[in-house]
Design a protein around this ligand. Structure first.
Ligand code: AMP
Ligand code: GLY
Length: 425
């Protein structure tokens, strides 16, 4: 068998997944819509946008796609999986109904309540007056205000007090700072502890947890600057042992599988809760219905099993039949962005030094494209540089040494990814 596989997206995550799939003896050709300069080397890029569901379905037929592996958030809530399945394409990814767990934070919050899943206390609102009145009724505290819909990882805003929270509510609900994504908001209490990203392969009935990863979300060193999609990651997260992993599976993963099945829309695909851990206790910050970027880049370096075989088994509802193995070695990745990201930044700058990267260091492309044979920047998170080594400290040194060989105009990266772990041994 020689499968023809479709991926949708153009991030470092999609490059890493395409790279991993390309090692499967069962995979024939990989198509990435729209892809980037990195995926072009392993796969066939299709010039179709992730929200163009008609275009994607047409391309799947034209290229005789037999497997779709969902990695990015946009297409599933628009029904890509439902549409492809109707065409006979096997899909590892959630239906539009199941994808609401990410696409609507208000829906997710209500789902968590229905199923007793631990999360920050909070409420959803569409009316500014009602939201503001509720906030006024709370004791003075730090709060988070979140656009309910998909907002490219930027829709959650922290407020130091009630007055700030009301200002954010006004910008979302009245001034529509996040467009329709912010026409409903969730307001919740601030959680404290350390964050970790859980991921699990899900087949509609059961879940298999991946190791945990830590993502660095802020743009600048020392967790300063704006929230981004993620500036670097390492795995496995220090401080999550097998006992805690068991608690997380039991309290925040398995109830989703059960609840979704009970409510008539089983969850198939990668479930990725963002979690806050404190004193062995865990709370859900949000659920994502796909894998993280840049978490996926470190996970793919550590996954020893055949990604195609595992996700295909999950899509067929027989995840229990496959073994999922991970390397013991940790992995670290650092994301290179144009200065200014996630705000305004320039693109179109040539990237130099890619040919000087060590063979055991991986450069996954995100916002890049080929122009006359030259790789140039074309978006925010341009490259992810990733490596595995015996310790986090060695992996991070290897990554940073290679990052310094790469250059483009105004290139920016955080210098403190996994630093606290490396410093601790
Ligand atoms: P979200 O889009 O909901 O994942 O939020 C993005 C980031 O904002 C999270 O990764 C946290 O760093 C932060 N955050 C969101 N909600 C909370 C909360 N209730 N308490 C503390 N931090 C939060
Ligand atoms: N790195 C976080 C995310 O992909 O949502």
């Amino acid at each position: 068998m020689s499968a023809r596989v479709l991926l949708v997206g153009s991030g470092g995550r999609e490059h890493a997944v395409a790279w991993k799939l390309s090692q499967s003896p069962q995979v024939g050709e990989i198509f990435v819509a729209p892809g980037n300069a990195g995926t072009a080397a392993l796969a066939r890029n299709l010039d179709i946008q992730p929200t163009d569901i008609d275009g994607l379905v047409r391309a799947a037929k034209e290229h005789r796609i037999d497997f779709y592996l969902a990695t990015m958030d946009d297409p599933q809530p628009l029904g890509l999986v439902d549409r492809l399945q109707a065409e006979g394409v096997l899909c590892y990814g959630p239906s539009a109904a199941a994808a609401r767990i990410e696409a609507s934070k208000a829906w997710a919050k209500a789902f968590m309540e229905r199923h007793g899943i631990p999360t920050a206390r909070g409420r959803s609102f569409s009316s500014f007056e009602e939201a503001a009145a509720w906030v006024e009724s709370l004791p003075e505290q730090r709060l988070w205000v979140k656009a309910s819909g998909l907002a490219a990882g930027k829709g959650a805003v922290g407020a130091a007090n009630r007055e700030e929270a009301i200002g954010i509510l006004r910008s979302m609900l009245i001034e529509r700072a996040f467009g329709d994504a912010g026409s409903t908001v969730v307001v919740e209490e601030e959680l404290s502890g350390f964050e970790t990203s859980a991921h699990a392969f899900c087949d509609g009935k059961m879940a298999v947890l991946w190791p945990f990863a830590t993502d660095y979300k802020r743009a600048l060193d020392g967790a300063q600057g704006l929230n981004t999609g993620g500036m670097g990651a390492y795995a496995p997260t220090k401080g999550v042992d097998s006992g805690l992993a068991g608690v997380i599976k039991e309290r925040v993963i398995d109830p989703v599988l059960r609840g979704m099945e009970e409510e008539g829309h089983p969850f198939v695909g990668t479930l990725f809760p963002g979690l806050m851990v404190r004193d062995g206790d865990v709370k859900v910050i949000e659920y994502n219905a796909r894998s993280g970027d840049p978490e996926t880049q470190v996970h793919m370096l550590r996954l020893e099993s055949d990604l195609y075989a595992v996700t295909r088994a999950a899509a067929e509802g027989r995840l229990g039949e496959v073994e999922v193995r991970w390397a013991a070695e940790p992995a670290v990745c650092v994301v290179l962005v144009p200065g200014g990201y996630p705000g305004k930044y320039e693109t179109g700058h040539p990237i130099e030094g890619l040919d000087r990267v060590d063979p055991d260091v991986f450069v996954f492309h995100g916002g890049t494209k080929l122009v006359d044979g030259q790789v140039v920047t074309s978006g925010g998170r341009a490259l992810t540089v990733a490596a595995r080594a015996a310790t986090v400290r060695e992996a991070r040194e290897k990554v940073y040494e290679n990052v310094r060989r790469i250059h483009f105009k105004d290139m920016h990266y955080r210098t403190d990814i996994a630093l606290e772990v490396a410093a601790g041994g």
